[in-house]
Every structure is written in structure tokens, then in C-alpha cells.
Design a protein around this ligand. Structure first.
Ligand SMILES: [Zn+2]
Length: 391
């Protein structure tokens, strides 16, 4: 009789023991990935990074599919089936992105370096170390002959940092086929908290159409779009409720043409965040219901939430499993709420169990001091491997 995976209490420790001495290999792979800069907006550079990531996965025995993109880096889909299985029972999705927010040339002023137990460099923390950990997790599962019962699909996309426009469909398709999604985005803080709740993220555009007129000679004939927009912003500002996790911010405004001319047009870009689907829907309703305040003004409202909130209930079971597995490896993990969105929001919105923040432990994402705490890499890789074996 085949033993049920997840029931082997010794497996997590075996995986951790297998992975701990792999740290030097993990660091040299991380270095390789970081030295290939991969900005979301530079296809040629991103494709080069995509190529070396693919090579490493081929070496690890995964079936690699490179999904060509016209304007962005290609996406990578890697599939690994438990050996000896003709057909796996179900699928697990490991999700991440290899693009970074740093333009090519950043390495010159922000080189890859290791100092005081930290690995620095563009994209180390967000999230190339996560990809490295997943690669070594897979190798550990193979080497330990862990009884994995499901097929594992690893999906590394190229445009997460710019909103996942060209990967969203692919992510959603794979998520629908999966029983669980593990997102290799960075964890939070020095203790490496997993992300079990993420705010939903949206962007709305409010355009006010007024009527231009001479500010001196015929003010009564004008409808000032800038005044109208200012009042609308003062109104929507009151929707903020930070304790509930709702924030509404006018991040960009523009309007008018010159002095002496009553502004005909004004526009604002509004950042929207909400912690629950109910609050997200209410914010969207309120936006659509905005009415002009000045007579003669006209409003146009576009956009809304593009990533729905990831509510904790979608993560709760997987998190409990992760916590129990970590305890078997003699370490503790906790969870937190993240204000930012990730591709985890997309899979959670489909109701597919999703656990996010399983990637690197470190700090400084999107900044000059971005780094990873290197001693945590084998541990986090072991946690992922154990989750894949137990799910
Ligand atoms: Zn990221």
C-alpha cells in the first residue's frame, strides 16, 4: 500500500536536512538570476533572464514550456509529475514572477553582493530568491523521493510588477486547474510573515468636463472643471476608513490650460484599496454614483479594482498546514495582512486556496537596499517542499 503523503512526520525534517547544505548552490543560482537584469518593460533583457531560469528548471527534470510574448518577456510554465505516475491526481500551482522594477544598468550602482548574512541586488528579495527556493525545493523532493501525489506546475511570469496584463489569463487558467496555489512573493518583515490577507487594489480615473470661458470678461459663462474636481476629491476623501482597511487616494491630478481661462477639463487618478470584497464592491458603487456638484459640469468615471482582495478564509487552511509543517521542522511561522496586491489576489478571487508570501525573507523590495537573509533560504525552500508533499 502506498503511504499517504503528508502523513510522514519525518519528511519535513528530512527535506530541511537535505536543503541546509545546499545554501552555497542556492546563492550561486541566485547570483546567476540577479546578474541577468529583467525589467518588466525591457523584453530583450527579460527574455535573457527567462532563458537561464528555463535552463535551470530543465536540469531539475521539469518539462519546460516557454510561452512567447510579443511585447513582454516570455512566461515560463514548468510541469513536474511525480515519478512513476501516468496521471497525477490533481495539480498544485507554484506562482511567481521573474520581472523586476529595475531598469537595465541598475546593477552598476546596486551590484549583487553578499555581506553580513544578506544577499543584496535588484530583484533578490522580490522575487528571484523565491524562484531559487522553489527550484531547490523541487530538487529536494526528487532527491528525498518524497511521495508527492499531485502534478506540480511552476509558473514564472514577466509582468507582475506592471499589473500582470499579459499573464493574467494564463494565471487564472492554471489556478482553475489547481487544488492550491503557493505564491513565492517575499514574506513580510525580519520574521518572514506569510501573507494570508491582501488588500484589493484598484485605480479609477475621474474626468471632469466643464466649459471654458474668459475668466475676466465672462466668468458667468464658464464651468470650472478644476473647481469641480477639487470638490469631488474632497467628497471621496471622506470614504477613507483606515481601520476597516479602506483607503482612497488621489495620487495624480491635472487640469486647466492657462491663467485667464476657466478650466474646461480636469482629471484625477485615484488609488483604491479595500480589505474585503464587500467593501470593494461598495467603493465601486460609490464611484459610479458620483454626481456633478456644479451645474453644467459632467463627470466621467473609469476603472475600478483590478485585483480583488484576498480574504483570509482562502488562505486559512493552507496556512494552518504550513504552520504545522514548520513546527515539525522546529521553527515558527506567523502571518499578516499585506496592503499591496500580488498575483495571489487573482487566484484567491477564483476561490482557489492560495497562500502568499512563501518566498524570501528579507527587506527593501523596490529600493536600493533590497536584500535577502540568506540563512533562511534553505528553511523556506524546505517549507515549500513540505507543503507540496503534503497537499
Ligand atoms: Zn513581487
Amino acid at each position: 500500500m502506498q503511504s499517504e503523503p503528508g502523513n510522514d512526520p519525518g519528511l519535513p525534517l528530512t527535506l530541511l536536512r537535505q536543503l541546509t547544505p545546499q545554501l552555497p548552490g542556492m546563492l550561486s543560482t541566485l547570483r546567476k538570476f540577479v546578474l541577468r537584469e529583467s525589467p518588466s518593460l525591457e523584453k530583450v533583457a527579460a527574455d535573457r533572464c527567462c532563458g537561464i531560469v528555463a535552463t535551470e528548471w530543465r536540469k531539475a527534470g521539469a518539462r519546460v514550456e516557454r510561452i512567447a510574448q510579443k511585447n513582454r518577456g516570455d512566461h515560463l510554465r514548468m510541469e513536474w509529475l511525480p515519478s512513476g505516475k501516468i496521471r497525477a491526481r490533481g495539480q498544485l500551482l507554484v506562482l511567481g514572477h521573474y520581472d523586476t522594477v529595475y531598469a537595465t544598468g541598475t546593477l552598476a550602482k546596486m551590484p549583487f553582493r553578499i555581506a553580513s548574512g544578506k544577499a543584496y541586488g535588484p530583484g533578490t528579495f522580490d522575487m528571484k530568491a523565491g524562484i531559487v527556493q522553489a527550484l531547490f525545493a523541487l530538487e529536494a523532493l526528487r532527491k528525498c523521493r518524497a511521495p508527492v501525489r499531485k502534478g506540480i506546475v511552476f509558473l514564472w511570469t514577466s509582468d507582475e510588477e506592471i499589473g500582470s496584463g499579459c499573464s493574467r489569463k494564463l494565471i487564472e487558467t492554471e489556478a482553475r486547474r489547481s487544488d492550491a496555489v503557493f505564491v513565492l512573493e517575499p514574506s513580510f518583515g525580519p520574521r518572514g510573515l506569510l501573507k494570508t490577507t491582501r488588500k484589493g487594489v484598484g485605480e479609477a480615473e475621474i474626468i471632469v468636463h466643464g466649459r471654458a470661458s474668459h475668466a475676466g470678461l465672462a466668468p458667468q459663462e464658464g464651468v470650472n472643471a478644476v473647481h469641480e474636481l477639487a470638490q469631488q476629491i474632497a467628497h471621496i476623501q471622506k470614504w477613507n476608513d483606515l481601520r476597516r482597511g479602506i483607503s482612497v487616494n488621489a495620487d495624480v491630478i491635472e487640469g486647466g490650460t492657462r491663467v485667464n481661462v476657466i478650466a474646461e477639463r480636469a482629471r484625477a487618478l485615484i488609488d483604491l484599496r479595500a480589505l474585503t470584497i464587500t467593501d470593494m464592491r461598495q467603493l465601486e458603487r460609490r464611484l459610479r454614483a458620483l454626481k456633478p456638484i456644479a451645474r453644467g459640469a459632467r463627470l466621467e468615471v473609469r476603472g475600478g479594482f483590478n485585483r480583488a482582495p484576498m480574504e483570509r478564509k482562502v488562505s486559512a487552511e493552507l496556512f494552518a498546514r504550513a504552520k504545522a509543517l514548520a513546527a515539525q521542522m522546529k521553527f515558527r511561522i506567523e502571518d499578516c495582512v499585506a496592503g499591496g496586491g500580488s498575483d495571489g489576489n487573482l487566484t484567491a478571487a477564483l476561490g482557489v486556496p492560495t497562500l502568499d508570501g512563501l518566498g524570501a525573507v528579507g527587506d527593501g523590495a523596490h529600493s536600493a537596499h533590497e536584500h535577502v537573509l540568506i540563512k533562511t533560504m534553505p528553511q523556506r525552500a524546505a517549507l515549500l517542499a513540505a507543503l507540496l508533499a503534503a497537499s
